[in-house]
Each structure stands twice: as C-alpha cells, then as structure tokens.
Design a protein around this ligand. Structure first.
Ligand code: HEM
Length: 501
C-alpha cells in the first residue's frame, strides 16, 4: 500500500513538474521580482530544497548556513522559507522588524486541528491573537498566578520522589524520561484543568491524547503545499487521523469545561479563570466556547513536551558531567534551609549554579531548536537583502547557541560556569540567547517553565545519587535526538538512583 502510494506520489509530482515547466513562461511575467534576495542553495524542480532540510533540520540548516550565510532563502516545495542562523541577524529582527516577523504560517492541518485556527500559539498576527495573548500574559501566566500553584508543585514533586524511591527498593533503573513526562503532564493537568487525567475507569488519558497530538505535528501534509493533491492525505489515512484526534481533543475539553460549568466553583485552575473572564466579559473581547477550549489546548501543546525535554537534557548532561552534578549539589545544599527535606521555592532563588545548569541546557539542547515557525506580514529589507511578505521564517536558535563569536571556542561543551558571571538575558531581549523566542510571539510561559524545571532538578539532585544505567553506544546514544517541533532524547534516559548521604 505504502509502495503504491509512493509511486502515485512520484507520478503526480512529475506531472506537476511538467505542467509547471509548460506554464513557466506565463508565470515568469506575473512573478514578483525581488531586487536583492538572500543567497539560496540550488533546489530541485517542484520540491525545491525539501531534501536540504534533512531529518534534523536544525543540524542540516546550520551546515548549509556555513556555506550560504546567516540569511538564506530556501524553498519548501512552492513556499519560500527564510532561514536565520546568527544572533546578529536575529537582533535586527528584535530591534527593527519585530512586527513584520510576528505572524505564523497558515496550515490546513492546523486549521482543522484548531477548529479553523482559533487557538493562540499558531494564530496569525492580528487583533484576535493580540487579545488571546493578553489573556495568557495578564490572567494565566502572571507572577501571582505562577506562585498560586506552589502547593501543587510541591505535591507533584513529592509524589515523583516517592516513585523514584520505589524503583530503588525494586533495584530497577528509573526511567527518567517517563518520570519527567508524567511529572510535567500531571502538573499542567492540575494547573490548567484542576485535576489529573491519567486514564483509568471513565477517566480520559490526557497523556495518551497529547502523544497522538504531538505525533501529528511531525508529519508532512501534502495538501498544505499542493492543495489540489489533498486527496493523497485522505488515501494515506492522514486526513482521517487528524479528524479523529481533533474530535477526541474536542470531546475531552468539552467534558472538562462542562465539569467546570456545573455548580458553584471557586477559581482554582485555568479553566475557571477563563470561564470567569467569559462570564464577566472583563477583557471587552468575547471568548466563545471554542476559543476557550483551544486556549487550554495550547497550554498542553506548548508546556508539557518542552519542559520535560529541558529536564531530560539537563539530567543527561549532569550524568555525563559528574563534576557539574557535584557542584550543583553543593549549591543546592549550601542554599537550602534544611538539607534533609524538600528544596523549596524560596531556597532556589539563591541557587546560581542551578540557574546556570538550566541556562547551559537551554543553550546546547533547546526544546524548540528552530523556535516556532513565523511568517512575514510585509516586505522587509534586512541586512541589505529583500524578503517578501508571505515568506515563512525559521530562526535556527540551535545554530546560534553554538556560535563561537558569542560563546567562544568551547561553544560545543557543556559548561554551566560560563553563565555565572554573565549578564546575557535569556528571556528574549538579547538575540544571543533566545531559547524562549523573541519579540511579540515570545513564550509567555517562561516563569512557569523555569520554576517547574528548577524545583524538580534541585530535589532530584539533592535527594539521590545517580548513575547512568546503560551505555550501549556512549555519547552517540545519549545525545541522539528525536524528530519534530520539540526535540527530546531519542532513547529514554535510564539511571540507577540511590539515596544521597
Ligand atoms: C522549557 C520550556 C519551554 C520552552 C523552551 C518554550 C519555548 C517556546 C518557544 C521557542 C516559543 C516560540 C516563540 C517564538 O515564536 O519566538 C514558545 C511559544 C509559546 N509557549 Fe513556550 N516554551 C516552554 C514552556 C512553556 C510553558 C510551560 C508554557 C505554558 C504554561 C508555554 C506556552 C507557550 C505559548 C502559549 C506560546 C505561543 C506564544 C505566541 O505564539 O504568541 N511554553 N515557547
């Protein structure tokens, strides 16, 4: 079946190629002439530079940028894609072109998944996105809101510690990848929805739903590039899968909102906050049921995988560098009020080395190496090159985190110390260090993510000694990456824990 479909696809692509060839003369007169476009690697007919993106686009594009420069114009089929690979160019975007770079590409797949594109994270730039982002920043992710979930964090970390203690008594290794995923998922569920949804009788498994949802993000939707070939997505079963998971997501969120709408509830979670904004119309902007559900869906999509990938990579590097783990433990113990108990949110505020470990992890292993794709809303001239409205934009932050001009000759090495005396901001103001993105589209969940990651790491390092369980292929195995928008470990991180003295 796959073979037949591939042949069908090849025949169709060849047909398009010939049709394109025949219509070339006609098109060439109507195409917009770009005065001075950025350098472009040569592409193939019809598919353009698709093959240049490779399996791990951040790596392939970095190599390509070493040849063609920090601003390159590629073509993904018929879609022009601008690739930014240096902090200097990114700084220009922050300072001069932030608005122009503030939209997201429209995709048929996302439009279907997000009910006509009515979420926030993938919404095009405009009034709707602005109002939705305001709700996130002012009502869901404010400092006050982040602090209000302090008890929930403490409970979830204590429950994680108990799970690890159980694996010690069973003498089996701890699957840290699973531990981090469950921790972030349970925590986000409680914060956003008020309780865990981890399967069992009559309870939906939000973790399973999220897995299915995230797997859709890594797929190629032919309809997005050749609308008249949408039938191939139907034949491949992809369109059906999107429809099914969209319905599953909507049914789940509808059930959650319904549960929150019944009776007289206190405001305890995001759904309560959104329902009260909706009821009282405090924003002056109407949020309907669909918007409300999609705002909640965005939190899951944006928060869970990103934060658990950060934790996975931080532990991976600490296991590869025991001397850093030792320094971290000294930092944590030196700043904790009581060494034998839970490391609290007050304690971590003074832990400079802990912050440095998190920063170094976000530099070398960013959860979103190409940030989240953007789209230009108007023509711009940047670094002397002309780029037209509608061009998609990928900011290769993974490449920028390795620039020797910024980070020195040892840029490839894990050295948290480099951040101890550095004042480089990593919250979007300084283009050298932008793991959470830049400008208006920047991540609004930074505070949430950092407190979650720092607390769990501090507690795991101070409570347990860790030893990597299997090393079949050493670094090659440990540092192998998954594919997709969020890049985590390809293989699970297994380690033996023992109680720390
Ligand atoms: C380590 C954890 C995280 C990382 C590395 C991360 C990174 C990012 C990045 C790179 C973007 C795109 C920014 C851009 O286009 O310039 C983004 C957007 C976003 N993030 Fe995060 N994020 C993390 C955690 C979170 C959490 C915990 C939440 C929510 C609780 C969250 C909510 C969002 C939302 C809603 C957007 C879309 C913003 C927009 O389009 O305007 N993120 N994040």
């Amino acid at each position: 079946m796959e073979l037949a479909l591939s042949s069908l696809l090849c025949i169709t692509l060849l047909t398009i190629f010939f049709l394109k060839f025949l219509s070339k003369r006609k098109n060439s007169t109507s195409e917009k002439k770009i005065a001075n476009p950025p350098p472009s690697p040569p592409g193939l007919p019809v598919i353009g530079n698709v093959l240049d993106f490779g399996k791990h686009a951040h790596r392939s594009l970095k190599l390509l940028s070493e040849r063609y420069g920090p601003l390159m114009l590629l073509r993904w089929c018929s879609v022009p894609v601008l690739v930014v690979s240096s902090a200097e160019v990114a700084q220009d975007i922050i300072k001069t072109h932030d608005r122009a770079f503030s939209s997201r590409p429209r995709s048929n797949f996302l439009a279907k998944l997000m009910n006509g594109g009515q979420d926030m994270a993938f919404a095009p730039y405009g009034e709707y996105w602005r109002q939705m982002k305001r709700i996130y920043v002012l009502h869901l992710f404010s400092n006050k809101m982040v602090s209000s979930f302090r008890n929930v964090r403490e409970e979830e970390i204590n429950s994680t510690i108990e799970k690890i203690e159980k694996t010690i008594s069973s003498s089996s290794p701890t699957n840290l990848s699973e531990i981090f995923m469950t921790f972030t998922n349970d925590l986000i569920c409680r914060v956003a929805l008020g309780r865990k949804y981890s399967g069992g009788e009559g309870v939906p498994d939000v973790y399973e739903l999220l897995r299915k949802l995230m797997s859709l993000f890594g797929r190629l939707y032919i309809e997005d590039y050749f609308p008249f070939l949408g039938w191939i997505d139907i034949l491949r079963g992809l369109a059906g899968e999107v429809k099914e998971i969209t319905k599953e997501l909507d049914d789940f969120l509808e059930k959650v909102v319904q549960e929150h709408s019944d009776g007289d509830r206190q405001i305890v979670d995001f759904v309560d906050v959104l329902l009260s904004i909706q009821r009282e119309n405090t924003t002056g902007f109407e949020i309907d049921r669909v918007n409300l559900k999609l705002l909640v869906a965005d939190v899951f999509i944006a928060a869970t995988d990103t934060t658990s990938a950060l934790l996975e990579w931080a532990m991976t590097e600490l296991l590869r560098h025991p001397e850093c783990a030792e320094k971290l433990r000294d930092d944590i113990r030196g700043n904790s009020s009581d060494r034998s108990r839970y490391v609290s949110e007050e304690d971590i505020t003074d832990m400079r080395y802990l912050e440095a470990v998190i920063k170094e992890t976000l530099r070398l292993h960013p959860s979103a190496p190409l940030l989240v794709p953007r789209q230009l809303i108007e023509d711009v001239r940047i670094k002397g090159y002309d780029v037209t409205a509608g061009t998609q934009v990928l900011i290769n932050y993974w490449a920028m985190g390795r620039e020797t001009a910024t980070w020195g000759e040892d840029a490839e090495e894990f050295k948290p110390e480099r951040h101890l005396d550095s004042s480089v901001d990593f919250r979007g103001q300084d283009a050298k260090f932008i793991p959470f993105g830049i400008g208006r589209r920047q991540c609004p969940g930074i505070g949430f993510a950092l407190v979650m990651a720092e607390l769990v790491l501090a507690n795991l390092i101070t409570r347990f000694n860790w030893e990597i369980a299997t090393k079949p292929e050493g670094d090659h195995y440990d540092l192998a990456e998954s594919t997709g928008l969020v890049v985590s470990r390809k293989y699970p991180l297994l380690a033996y824990a023992s109680p720390a003295s």
